[in-house]
Ligand binder design. Structure first.
Ligand code: C2E
Ligand code: CA
Ligand code: CA
Ligand code: CA
Length: 280
């Protein structure tokens, strides 16, 4: 920008101003979004290679603002996480998912789990476990229907504390997944000391798997071996093509999530995936 002279710098500054204006607009509208019922949930199917069926769904939050329209999670989740609002929204999310699971059960669909994303502030909040207990008690949802996902970077911040909470979740009967694995800073000894049942391998390796000289495949193979030796079930994120699936199958991946099967969809549509026989 500097080489081309002042003009571009001006434009760059304008863009920044616009961005922060936009940020402020989002933040202002976000304040009442929960109260005004503007959040809703989509579900993305997760396929088990061995069982050849959909074994779970990941819950992904959406926000439809009457002022701004649909706002993507990358724009509003970091803002929620910056404030205390994520605790209330997170509590709402767990309850919504529990109620959706029960609606599906009523319709006769109960042989799958539902995963949801838990933020650091939520996990560190001292009322977290009692909130979870209360939601389980009040809704009557079985804990084994739920899986909580936490990102690698979250647990790396305070391994001991994270281990304790995750352990408590396991004791309640809720399984846990380490999310976006391979992108953060976790060491293998840290992974060993954390009570996870699932490893979600980040999309970045899957994107490259057919385009590089085998480096991504080698990394994926290594991650799968580590997961296997620690007793973790691998879930590969962001699988978009049959070619990617083929390689992942060959190197022993267990579960697959991505546009190859479906983008995140509303709960009514999710049922179609539970009915379907031939998924591939
Ligand atoms: P994430 O937890 O890693 O979720 C996976 C993201 O990858 C989702 O983006 C999903 O739509 C997208 N995805 C799935 N399959 C494919 C694929 O084949 N190709 C591509 N290109 N993308 C794929 P989404 O829904 O935009 O969510 C983005 C992030 O926002 C999530 O990343 C998660 O960190 C956060 N998020 C979403 N919902 C929640 C929530 O309810 N609570 C919290 N705390 N965070 C959430
Ligand atoms: Ca996730
Ligand atoms: Ca992820
Ligand atoms: Ca991610």
């Amino acid at each position: 920008a500097i080489k081309k002279g002042g003009n571009q710098i001006v434009r760059f500054t304008e863009q920044l101003a616009k961005d922060s204006e936009h940020q402020r607009l989002i933040a202002n509208n976000l304040a009442d979004a929960l109260k005004n019922n503007e959040f809703y949930l989509l579900y993305q199917p997760i396929y088990s290679i061995k069982e050849d069926r959909i074994v779970s769904f990941e819950t992904l939050m959406r926000w439809k603002s009457p002022v701004l329209g649909e706002v993507g999670p990358f724009h509003f989740i970091p803002l929620l996480e910056k404030s205390e609002a994520i605790i209330d929204v997170g509590r709402w999310l767990i309850r919504e998912v529990a109620e959706q699971v029960l609606r599906w059960e009523k319709e006769g669909y109960d042989n799958f789990a539902v995963t949801l994303n838990v933020s650091i502030k939520q996990l560190q909040y001292e009322g977290f476990l009692s909130d979870v207990h209360a939601i389980l008690g009040e809704t009557g949802v079985r804990p084994e229907r739920l899986i909580f996902e936490v990102t690698e970077s979250i647990v790396a911040q305070n391994v001991k504390a994270a281990a304790q909470i995750l352990q408590s979740l396991n004791e309640i009967g809720i399984k846990t997944a380490i999310d976006d694995f391979g992108t953060g800073y976790s060491s293998l000894s840290m992974l060993k000391s954390l009570p996870f049942q699932y490893m979600k391998v980040d999309r970045t390796f899957i994107i490259e798997v057919l385009n590089d000289n085998g480096e991504s495949e080698a990394i994926l193979l290594g991650l799968i071996e580590i997961a296997n030796s620690l007793g973790l079930t691998t879930i590969m994120e962001g699988v978009e093509t049959p070619e990617q699936l083929k390689i992942l199958k060959q190197i022993g991946a267990k579960r697959i999530q991505g546009y190859l099967f479906s983008k995140p969809i509303p709960p009514e549509e999710a049922i179609k995936f539970l009915k379907k026989r031939n998924l591939l």
